[in-house]
Design a protein around this ligand. Structure first.
Ligand code: PMV
Length: 294
């Protein structure tokens, strides 16, 4: 049995979602294959794989993950692996899968929101803490609550660019939290990001690429204030703004990936290739995680 686990992007609202503000995410047409292979003991696992295997009562298995996307790129790799391992062993409902995968991620990381695990599980455009869409489920943790809904709409072409350095979600979330606890500046930024997300949902529903791009640019500028962008991200974003409808970092930042809505795709790809970065010319997809016998 092989599990196909999709990478995810956050179009609007990362970091703000940790504090309960709305965010819009989507799965992209880049899937990792996750297999569990019986193996001898003594394998070294990363903490989140170890915790997932203990949750399932498994030992002596080798977790094989095939993807071209580097880990730490803000495209959901750890959530995809946790969710993928559980799905290969259990026939849970999507809601139960999203909930259990988030619990494991949270226990390992000690912070964050269920946006990644829920998006990967549901597939398509997923709205967290918004009013629109088809309701999916609600997840609560430590007095926080996140509700999820599905936004059925056309897929959007997207160029995903890896900045070449990994970002640590834990470090970046902790960095933003310091700002958040210090005063009202961060809270005002979060509120503005929340409003951008709400406008973004309308733009995505209409398929208005120019508006989606404009809002991504605004969201990126707000995130920059937290010091989570890098020089390389800025270079990629400025090319994205010139040859696309808009661009922003996606995920926790501090490295990781940039998403661009292409306009003049040929020129965009040419300019990005001059920067010698790893890129994925892809689009959002309506598919969430699934399994199939090979
Ligand atoms: O783990 P990443 O890089 O995909 O970031 C997830 C989005 C954050 O809002 C930064 C953290 C979270 O758990 O919501």
């Amino acid at each position: 049995m092989v599990v196909y686990s999709p990478h995810k992007v956050i179009l609007f609202g990362e970091h703000a979602v940790v504090y309960g503000y709305p965010a819009l995410s989507a799965t992209v047409d880049l899937f990792a294959k996750v297999y569990l292979i019986p193996s001898r003991s003594g394998l070294q696992y990363t903490p989140f794989v170890q915790r997932t295997l203990s949750y399932l009562g498994l030992s002596n298995v080798y977790v094989k993950v095939e993807t071209n996307v580097p880990s730490g790129s803000g495209l959901g790799t750890s959530s995809m692996i946790i969710t993928g391992i559980i799905m290969s062993e259990r026939d849970y409902t999507k809601e139960k899968l999203a909930r259990e995968a988030f619990n494991i991620e949270y226990e390992t990381q000690g912070l964050g929101s269920p946006i990644d695990t829920s998006t990967i599980t549901a597939g398509g455009f997923v709205l967290t803490n918004g009013k629109e869409g088809v309701p999916l489920w609600k997840i609560e943790k430590n007095g926080m609550s996140w509700s999820f809904s599905s936004i059925p709409t056309r897929n959007v072409e997207m160029v995903v660019v890896y900045s070449g350095s990994k970002g640590s979600t834990r470090e970046q979330v902790a960095k933003v939290r310091k700002f958040y606890e210090r005063g009202s500046l961060a809270k005002d930024i979060m509120k503005r990001i929340g409003n951008i997300t709400e406008e973004g949902v309308r733009a995505v529903t209409k398929g208005d690429l120019a508006k989606i791009g404009e809002l991504m640019n605004e969201n990126h500028s707000e995130l920059k204030v937290f010091g989570i962008s890098t020089d390389q991200i800025e270079k990629i974003v400025s090319i994205g703004r010139e040859f696309g409808y808009g661009a922003k970092l996606t995920g926790a930042g501090g490295g990781g990936a940039v998403i661009i809505i292409p306009k003049d795709k040929e020129k965009l790809l040419k300019k990005l290739k001059e920067l010698d970065v790893m890129l994925f010319d892809t689009s959002t997809t309506s598919a969430g995680i699934f399994k199939r016998s090979e």
